[in-house]
Design a protein around this ligand. Sequence first.
Ligand code: C5P
Length: 243
Amino acid sequence: MTIEEAKKRLCLALDVDSLSHAMRLVETLKDRVTLFKIGFQLFTKEGPAAVLAVRRLGGRVFLDLKYHDIPNTVASAAKEAVNMGVYMFNVHTSGGSEMMMAAVEGAAAQAEKNHVSTPVILGVTVLTSLNDKILADELCVNNALSHHVTHLAALAKAAGLDGVVASPREITSIRQSCGHDFTILTPGVRPPWIKDEDDQKRTATPAEAMRLGADYIVVGRPIIKADDPAAAADNVLRDMAGL
Ligand code: C5P
């Protein structure tokens, strides 16, 4: 893969607590990263202004708010995501098929109305903070976690979602069951030169995630907390490209 291709597949998590900090990162990194993830922290603090500011600087936005509600509410939220001009957003697959279909239909209807492309809609399967024991004891899911992930990914595909968010260890089985025309975005990526794994436990390097078949990798702290975020991003891109 070339560096230019890698740039299209690197998603930077803007996990910061102010719009000004986020904007500094986008300004610094926009020649290296084209997709910026806005999650609960920044969106709760700054709201749609954060989305609009990233777009104004030329970045694409992945709105990571993991919608999970009754179908009508999720459809309405999906419409507002389209109105903000996000490139990608996500929903919880455990909200069920009807909810996922409502997200797809709501987004498509609004996109048609606004004469824009429908955003890429991804599903969250099982949060990586859960494990087999929690799934069985607390959520009464008596399926092994890995099977449950694959099951939910297939459900997402059948409901019309474009892909899923998946940890590195889930990529292979999701690819096998959902095929290649299904987007996989992978967090939990740690460059090989990072010794401290923060709270990420089952990590892969950028090169490994690409080799396993991820379409996008999400990287946050290894870049945004680096002394030189631009140099860190360059190193991630080189690793993705196998250089
Ligand atoms: O800083 P770091 O590279 O760990 O950031 C990863 C980003 O991906 C964070 O925004 C985190 O919320 C998100 N994420 C994750 N693990 C998941 C799903 C999302 O780390 N399973």
